[in-house]
Write a protein that binds this ligand. Sequence first.
Ligand code: COA
Length: 511
Amino acid sequence: MSGGTRSVGEIMSHPAVTATANETITAASARMREQGVGSVVVVDGDRPVGILTERDLVRMGAAGATPTDLVATWMTPDPDSVAPDVDAMTAFASLAEHGYRHIPVVDHARLVGIVSMRDLMRIAQIQPAESLAHEVPRGLEGVVVAETGIGDVRGKEGFYHYRQYNAVELAETRSLEDVWHLLYDGELPTAPQRAAFATEIAPLRHIPAEVQSALPEIARVARQAPPLDLLRTTLSLIGAALGFRPSLDLPAAELHEQGMRVCAVVPTLLCALYRLQHDLEIIEPRPDLAYAANYLYMMSGDVPTAAHARGVEQYLISTIDHGFNASTFTARVITSTGADLVAAVVGAIGALSGPLHGGAPSRALDMLDAIGTVDKADAWLRDAVGRGDRLMGFGHRVYKTDDTRSVMLRSVAERLGGSKVELAKQVEQVAIDVLAELKPGRKLYTNVEFYAGVVMDTCGVPREMFTPTFASSRVIGWTAHVLEQAADNRLIRPSAQYVGPPPPRPVPPVS
Ligand SMILES: CC(C)(COP(=O)(O)OP(=O)(O)OC[C@H]1O[C@@H](n2cnc3c(N)ncnc32)[C@H](O)[C@@H]1OP(=O)(O)O)[C@@H](O)C(=O)NCCC(=O)NCCS
């Protein structure tokens, strides 16, 4: 161990995030989450009287605490503290010995800051002892696990971006191919680059012949399977048929080529599987149609109107990437092992297929159908929230204000017209009012899923293809992340905290 010459006062966080003993645990834990900290110091004026940590929150959950319980009930009273002039290594030893992760820094009975195990370890440049894991919240909320130049979500400000551009502005003004070029090559294309990109993509849209001939049998065996499950399976087959090798062994240019190939073929594969499952002939891609128009054409057999193609294209652009979501993280973890590009995409599809991630714009549409007419909306929605149900298409983990994607898609839906739009707008308003009344302070607004369903339905996409359509654009984001991870790789290999019976116990003889 080294680095024990700095004092606690130099490395502590200050001011510490605080709470009072008579506020609710809901308010205190919300503050912890907002500020991205693992504990709050409970104070009486300047004086620390307790500490409430993430561990306490887990304990409370298990013990059946209610959100209105007061901090005083669950905090650890009179916590140990450390003075600012104490040497960092001495403080480290004390934290380690007692199993603390945070310790208030107190000067003459006055709280002046807080120091965490993580702060101390960073300074001391020591490896965590096996019993002393770095503390991160369950679900890794707010934990930075990578650097990316692809894009980010600024939830509080209500916007997200692809590279240096506002993603919604891109969806309003650019083609999907332009944005794909931006993600892959770092810049929006010039006119000649755009033409070259289209020429490059056209032949890559075709399913390799040996895989295409196997599709009818696969669709027959898994006739009822969701299209996303079949995509996962058949994409694996494509990777194997094309002889994709571990990313670790490939030059960047070859990985880039593979990424282009996978992104181009996914829409074709999805439409082929959908049609086979419905006893329809596969429709070959048309090189003269742009991405979204070609997608709708391969699905239905009809060239869509320009308005429908543009509506779907705008939805697709808006869903290409969205921060370090679960499927993107999955793709990067798999790539970090050096596995091949298709392995990463198949893993990402698996993550996306889970209801907590892939979402279900179809469920928002089901809700509209169930409500039927606006006069029934208030009672229906109150009933649902009263029962503890979630209103589909409302609320978001990151956005606590309008999800800009929903604002854009609302205007796309308005432009397209159609039978569902008016009802959707009216129900949206009633839902926001009902949520504000029955879930005050939770900041629940419309999310991307609400109008996504309306737009896709209006443009003729069947409900079972909503989430697959989402996957067909997100694959561009996943593979851009694969290229980025592979270009500057380090194996992602975190740790878990062991909470089982204490080891080691003698292994009993076989009875
Ligand atoms: C997206 C979602 C999972 C984010 O949830 P989260 O950040 O984990 O929010 P929480 O689960 O902490 O919810 C906070 C509170 O708001 C309530 N809430 C959140 N979303 C709600 C919704 N759509 N309808 C009703 N209440 C909702 C929760 O019940 C909770 O209330 P409580 O404090 O009384 O327990 C959640 O809003 C949701 O389930 N929405 C509906 C499904 C959906 O549209 N998914 C697509 C997302 S793009």
